[in-house]
Design a protein. Structure first.
Length: 104
């Protein structure tokens, strides 16, 4: 069940998942029964995540940070990430903007 719910909530942030669970709990409580997976599915399907409603803003912020911020991920680890934006150019500046491992 958790694997199916994880797939359905791709692109959701933690707070959106939390609110979907709360909405599903209210639905189950209203019908005076235990929480069912169908309640969660309905709540998730009824939620439009910020990654969808704010896609343009997120893309603009990523482009801004791409040039003006230091990556938190080490350069050698960036190779393991898939591109989040299919329109992102192949010669991406992200690979040259820093990021380092911390030694303790």
């Amino acid at each position: 069940m958790l694997d199916r719910l994880a797939v359905k909530t791709e692109g959701f942030v933690g707070a959106e998942i939390e609110q979907a669970v709360v909405a599903a709990l209210y639905e189950a409580f209203f019908h005076q029964r235990p929480l069912l997976e169908e309640d969660l599915n309905y709540a998730i399907d009824s939620t439009v995540p910020l990654s969808v409603t704010q896609a343009e803003s997120i893309r603009a912020l990523r482009q801004w940070a791409n040039v003006r911020a230091v990556a938190a991920t080490a350069r050698e680890d960036l190779e393991n990430y898939e591109k989040s934006d299919p329109e992102e150019p192949e010669t991406d500046i992200r690979k040259s903007r820093g990021g380092r491992s911390l030694d303790f």
